[in-house]
Design a protein around this ligand. Structure first.
Ligand SMILES: *Cc1c(COP(=O)(O)O)cnc(C)c1O
Length: 422
């Protein structure tokens, strides 16, 4: 079930007078409390760190809040590395988990002391070449367990069909190669789930990764100093779903740690995560206004946000809870498709959804949009993406990203040159 929306109808009406819809609203207090719950659950390990996946909500204000809660970041591009810097997150607190990486991005990560997490065995010589012959002292690899790991879904696919990571055999060779090049410290990463709600899945993943740490130590004398269990922890988008119990996950992983890692002499082993969705997802909402209604073969409500602001429903058929401000307790006696203005028929925030009767001017709240929401926006159809508002713990509001303007849209076009172009 989605978390509660933090504003009353009256408060939201006041807010939209100041900041016209559509916009994203984030709840700082709820994000902090949620991060504290995560940290507390994993405090049973000697070394724990969450590296927030910047791609989920790439805003430096949010990164700064999470940094204050002890987080690092997980980045996959140069702009994401720069955002981490801007938020004061530095050195090994930044994990660079990229794939198909350009040389210049490896250079930046290396020069800033960030952890390079390589996606393939061929990236070892590529990295060395990118760094003009130098090689980092600390190196991490992404493991793809292939058919060893059952599961997968529409978002990430099956591990053996996924483009990411190295095979088990390649890993053994890769660490030895890096040691020969001067690496002295090693990390191991895997990410095989997306939006997974079954806690057993994560315990099972830890087991696969721990086994590999033990084998690397015994057979190759490679001591892994941290494992990064990736992201992929899901959130309850649907009303009948439940939050992942992180205490249960942490305890399950701790039992494996005690039976596998400690006897192998690998304690203390860092337990890292790079979650995005469960950190901010439930604490962000897309606030939009109903501007049209039409009745043809179905009943439609047209809102002022569109798929360019939030593409998950259109792209994955993802479910997001939709409520109407002030009508939370009204009977859901209508069935609507709630749609945006894109010239694509998949631009629907809700399909055949029972909702209260919606009038033009009603404020429609799209829930669980705090991760992979604004971040996945685009400009197709000349749509301008909306801004982001942060609700501070003292109840004040700060615009942490303005909405795009027509000038932003034209900024990459040569509007002067075209006039004389023939
Ligand atoms: C997307 C991604 C994450 C974050 O995933 P969430 O589902 O937001 O937790 C972490 N690591 C990598 C490598 C990713 O690609």
């Amino acid at each position: 079930m989605s978390s509660d929306f933090p504003l009353s109808h009256e408060q939201l009406c006041e807010l939209v007078k100041k900041f016209p819809t559509p916009f994203y609203l984030y709840d700082e207090n709820a994000i902090r409390e949620n991060m504290r719950y995560f940290t507390k659950a994993f405090s049973i390990f000697p070394r724990f760190r969450e590296h927030f996946a910047v791609k989920a909500l790439p805003n430096p204000y949010i990164l700064k809040i999470l940094a204050e809660e002890g987080c690092g970041t997980d980045c996959s591009s140069l702009p994401e590395l720069i955002l981490s810097d801007a938020a004061g997150i530095e050195g090994e607190k930044v994990m660079f988990t990229s794939n198909e990486t350009p040389a210049a991005e490896f250079q930046y990560a290396y020069e800033h002391g960030n952890i390079c997490n390589l996606d393939d065995i061929t990236h070892i010589p590529f990295l060395k070449e990118s760094l003009g012959g130098k090689f980092p002292e600390l190196i991490c690899f992404r493991y793809n367990p292939g058919p060893l790991k059952k599961g997968g879904n529409a978002i990430i696919g099956k591990p053996e069909e996924a483009k990411y990571g190295l095979t088990r055999e390649q890993l053994f060779e890769a660490y030895q190669k890096c040691r020969a090049l001067g690496a002295k410290r090693f990390g191991l990463h895997t990410m095989v789930a997306s939006n997974e709600l079954n806690p057993e899945f994560f315990i099972d993943t830890a087991k696969i990764v721990f086994e590999l740490c033990v084998t690397l130590k015994k057979e190759y004398d490679i001591r892994i100093e941290f494992v990064d269990l990736g992201g992929g922890v899901g959130i309850p988008y649907k009303p009948d779903q439940k939050k992942v119990d992180l205490d249960y996950v942490a305890k399950g992983i701790r039992a494996l740690y005690d039976s596998m890692i400690v006897p192998a002499g690998l304690d203390p082993l860092g337990i890292y995560w790079e979650c995005g969705r469960p950190i901010t997802g439930p604490y962000g909402w897309l606030i939009t206004t109903a501007i049209h209604e039409k009745h043809i073969y179905r009943d439609y409500i047209g809102v002022d946000a569109c798929m360019a602001d939030l593409m998950r429903p259109g792209m994955y058929g993802a479910y997001h809870e939709v409520t109407v401000s002030g009508k939370e307790n009204a009977p859901k006696d209508q069935v609507y498709d709630v749609v945006g203005s894109l010239c694509e028929n998949c631009d629907k925030f809700a399909v055949q959804r029972p909702l209260p009767k919606i009038e033009r001017g009603d404020i429609v709240i799209i829930h669980d949009a705090g991760a992979h929401g604004r971040a996945m926006g685009f400009n197709y159809n000349g749509k301008l993406r909306c801004g982001e508002i942060l609700m501070r713990p003292d109840g004040t509001f700060k615009e942490i990203r303005r909405r795009e303007t027509i000038d932003d849209y034209f900024a990459t076009l040569d509007m002067q040159g075209v006039k004389s172009f023939s």
